[in-house]
Design a protein around this ligand. Structure first.
Ligand code: NAD
Ligand code: TYD
Length: 347
């Protein structure tokens, strides 16, 4: 089996690549990633010389190169994660999101279709998407697989569009596909522009913790390694043409989450309890900020037997330990362009 994973040098992709390379020594795993600011081969140092692993530095919007690679390696399965993934960046640069997330997905779909349209048997295009395509919940209710799409940010609009294209290729060309829509992930190797790693980094450096608006926005958090296991399961055992919602059964308002993070970090850093809480600073809200995301993951639980394996407290402790043990990773990432991004976003 030649399996193509796109975006494998990023946060979730690197956990998916490691999981599959380790678990399936008889598969050839190809990690295709152009290495944007969010892609980092340091994430995969431990498996980079595995016999069943190959890295390809390619842009998914580069049609010629993508077509050439599909013809050369005859990928029977694609697990597509490559994307621009940060909502705040999408507000500033929507076109970049349309290009990678929509056009890039269509380039991959076309390459896959050209190769296999006369022989779909045993092939699968697995599209990794987000719960943000469903828009915002009020105080109650959960997103199910049949919730209507109602995206509010350029990021979620571009992901919604890519989901529609995948589904359309299934309907129009008979392409076998599975889509999963997952809630907010956290864990090792998370780029420090997203809430949890940004705040861990700022606590380490005694910097302000910029909480948007009133901090009462709610997210459903899932440990990234549990997402990788869910993707493995749905890729192998999911039904063609189906969508699976993946979530943590774990809702937190931002402010409550930040308070727990502060307490855990004070403990790990040997600081007096309450020290980091003083860093909390309420700042101007994000435009179009979705109030609440929460996933009903009962379908993947019932059909494929998946559920998260770690509690939030365990996952957060593992995550904090990883950042404290990998200061070099964090320092490498937060030097250079990151400073410019940070100043533009927060000052
Ligand atoms: P990330 O930003 O950490 O990684 C994205 C990766 O894609 C990077 O390695 C980057 O170099 C690569 N990439 C970007 N543009 C590319 C291009 N044009 N060609 C080739 N590679 C390119 O993102 P992530 O958080 O790991 O998210 C991965 C996927 O999972 C995305 O599709 C995202 O929408 C989805 N998702 C993320 C979350 C989350 O909480 N992070 C939740 C649900 C779904
Ligand atoms: P984020 O990690 O960007 O994920 P998403 O917007 O895709 O859910 O943000 C998670 C929540 O944290 C979201 O409600 C926005 C909020 N947030 C802040 O309050 N301050 C910050 O500096 C960041 C990055 C996010």
């Amino acid at each position: 089996m030649n399996i193509l994973i796109t975006g494998g040098a990023g946060f979730i992709g690197s956990h998916v690549v490691r999981h599959l390379v380790t678990k399936y020594p008889n598969y050839n795993i190809f990690n295709l990633d152009v290495l944007t600011y969010a892609g980092n081969l340091e994430n995969l140092k431990d498996i980079q010389s595995a016999d069943n692993y190959t890295f390809l530095k390619v842009d998914i919007t580069d049609e010629q190169s993508i077509n050439r690679l599909f013809i050369k390696h005859k990928f029977t399965g694609v697990i597509h994660l490559a994307a621009e993934s940060h909502v705040d960046r999408s507000i500033k640069e929507p076109l970049a999101f349309a290009k990678t997330n929509i056009l890039g997905t269509i380039v991959l779909l076309n390459a896959f279709k050209s190769l296999w349209q006369n022989n779909w048997e045993g092939k699968r295009f697995y599209h990794v998407s987000t719960d943000e395509v469903y828009g915002s919940l009020g105080k109650t209710g959960l997103f199910t697989e049949t919730t209507s799409y109602d995206p509010n940010s350029p990021y979620s609009a571009s992901k919604a569009s890519s989901d529609h294209f995948v589904r359309a290729y299934g309907e129009t060309y008979g392409m076998p596909y599975v889509i999963s829509n997952c809630s907010n992930n956290y864990g090792p190797n998370h780029f420090p522009e997203k809430l949890i790693p940004l705040f861990i980094n700022n606590i380490i450096n005694n910097k302000a913790l910029p909480v948007y608006g009133d901090g009462l926005f709610t997210r459903d958090w899932l440990y990234v390694k549990d997402h990788a296991v869910a993707i493995d399961l749905a890729f192998h055992k999911g039904e063609n043409g189906e969508t699976y919602n993946i979530g943590g059964f774990n809702e937190w308002t931002n402010i409550d989450l930040v308070k727990i993070l502060c307490t855990l970090m004070d403990d790990k850093l040997g600081r007096k309890e309450g020290t980091s809480l003083k860093l909390i600073t309420y700042v101007k809200d994000r435009p179009g900020h979705d109030l609440r995301y929460a996933i009903d993951a009962s379908k993947i639980n019932k059909k494929l037997g998946w559920r998260p394996s770690v509690t939030f407290e365990e996952g957060l402790k593992k995550t904090i330990d990883w950042y404290l043990e990998n200061k070099e990773w964090l320092n490498n990432i937060t030097s250079g362009d990151y400073q410019e991004y940070y100043n533009n976003q927060y000052n």
